[in-house]
Design a binder for this molecule. Structure first.
Ligand SMILES: O=C(O)C1=C[C@@H](OP(=O)(O)O)[C@@H](O)[C@H](O)C1
Ligand SMILES: C=C(OP(=O)(O)O)C(=O)O
Length: 426
């Protein structure tokens, strides 16, 4: 296994152009594939999750040309759902933003599709989505554990009507159903059953659907109506915003050890909920300013915070390692679904924070972190979780060397992370 040892770091300064958003890249690719017309996408993310979506679309008969650096793409929309005469198998790695939306869009299509992935994908639930698709005419078989991928879909279109979907485990289920809704044969009303987690990701979905010409009636995030007869139409050109979750590590570095860091590509005008991460740094004591397409953070004396971070589950992980440098304890609440992501993130975070000397309480849906007087040197296990690797790079500001095991796991969303991190900390 590869390892990377970060020697103690003292400063964070400079500017970083943040690579494209994973959430937007995969939504835009899928809707561009279904849309009428050709879409030219710029600032596309090049990472494993996006490669899985691109490979899947190719296997489904979609034509596109990627630039040499894979960051721009010209994609010919089908102007209809996928139609495959032969059975197709799609390997989707551990990309939730490929597995869930493709599952729904393929049910609305025609053909036989098998969706597979990495072992961890087979531990990530999908039953809430499947249970919402079945009453609309979907035919889905679990090939392994019931409720989890892999799955086989015998697709012959979806009809409309009214369905309920649970929102308390992942917002990606609702996202998937919303994106497939205009492909159904009649109006679709979706009722969200109970709590909806990670709500700002639904705004990303509605924004992307609107970009491709489809309007959704949103009744307070509890009931959505998608009228039939709407078709996805290419907007022509689309530029993907920088990834707000990826920006969090650089902004936190500035809050801990700045100097000043400015990230470009995500700012006040961003549609991504994770832009609110900078506000959390502000609450901790950092100095934050926003422009339309940038965010800047300058160091301040950091204090612990006690916050419900359900709306920003990915960036919330960055708060957990930033907490090592705050005065007093930090509590991150209402993040049960950390347990069903790349790894059980509540357990992984607690284990690795203890290695560097923090006192940690791990609850069912929260984590409380009391920082150590002095961060200790440690070899950090990353559990094949890109965010564990990126979050723990921040521990190197504690004065002791930090080894990151398997740093290459950042390839899921941010292959060049450690290069850019070195750029602002040298
Ligand atoms: O819709 C999306 O693009 C995402 C939604 C979130 O997942 P959950 O809704 O499962 O929390 C987030 O953690 C994930 O990285 C991306
Ligand atoms: C939860 C994540 O990924 P996914 O899109 O696979 O759910 C993540 O990127 O932190």
């Amino acid at each position: 296994m590869d390892t990377l040892t970060l020697q103690p770091l003292a400063h964070a300064n400079g500017e970083v152009q943040i690579p494209g958003s994973k959430s937007l890249s995969n939504r835009i690719l899928l809707l561009a594939a279904l849309a009428q017309g050709t879409t030219r996408i710029t600032n596309l993310l090049d990472s494993d999750d996006v490669r899985h979506m691109l490979n899947a679309l190719q296997a489904l008969g979609v034509h596109y040309t990627l630039a040499d650096d894979r960051r721009s793409c010209e994609l010919e929309g089908l102007g209809r759902t996928f139609t495959c005469n032969e059975a197709v198998e799609l390997f989707l790695g551990n990309a939730g933003t490929a597995m869930r939306p493709l599952c729904a869009a393929l049910c609305a299509s025609t053909g036989e599709f098998t969706l597979t992935g990495e072992p961890r994908m087979y531990e990530r639930p999908i039953a809430d989505l499947v249970d919402a698709l079945l009453p609309l005419g979907a035919d889905i078989d679990y090939l392994g554990e019931p409720g989890y991928p892999p799955m086989r879909i015998q697709a012959n279109g979806l009809h409309g009507g009214e369905v309920s979907i649970k929102g308390n485990i992942s917002s990606q289920f609702l996202t998937a159903l919303l994106m497939a809704a205009p492909l159904a044969s009649s109006d679709l009303t979706i009722n969200v059953d109970g709590e909806l987690v990670s709500k700002p990701y639904i705004d990303i979905t509605l924004h992307t659907m609107a970009l491709f010409g489809v309007e959704v009636e949103n009744h307070n995030y509890q009931r959505f109506v998608v009228r039939a007869g709407q078709v996805y139409r290419s907007p022509g050109e689309v530029m993907v915003e920088g990834d707000a979750s990826s920006a969090s590590y650089f902004l936190a570095a500035a809050a801990i050890a700045g100097g000043t860091v400015r990230v470009y590509g995500v700012g006040a005008d961003s549609v991504q909920g994770d832009k609110a991460f900078a506000e959390v740094l502000g609450k901790m004591g950092a100095n934050v300013s926003y422009g339309p397409t940038w965010i800047e953070v300058t160091r301040g004396e950091l204090n612990g915070v006690d916050l419900d971070l359900n709306a920003i589950p990915d960036a919330a992980m960055t708060i957990a390692t930033t907490a090592l440098f705050a005065k007093g304890p930090t509590a991150i609440r209402n993040v049960y679904n950390w347990r069903v992501k790349e790894t059980d993130r509540l357990s992984a975070m607690a284990t690795e924070l203890r290695k560097v000397g923090a006192d940690v309480v791990e609850g069912e849906d929260f984590i409380e972190i009391t920082p150590p007087a002095q961060v200790q040197s440690a070899a950090i296990d990353t559990y094949d979780d890109h965010r564990m690797a990126m979050c723990f790079s921040l521990a190197a500001f504690g004065g002791a060397p930090i080894t990151i095991n398997d740093p290459g796991c950042t390839r899921k969303t941010f292959p060049e992370y450690f290069k850019l991190f070195a750029h602002i900390t040298r």
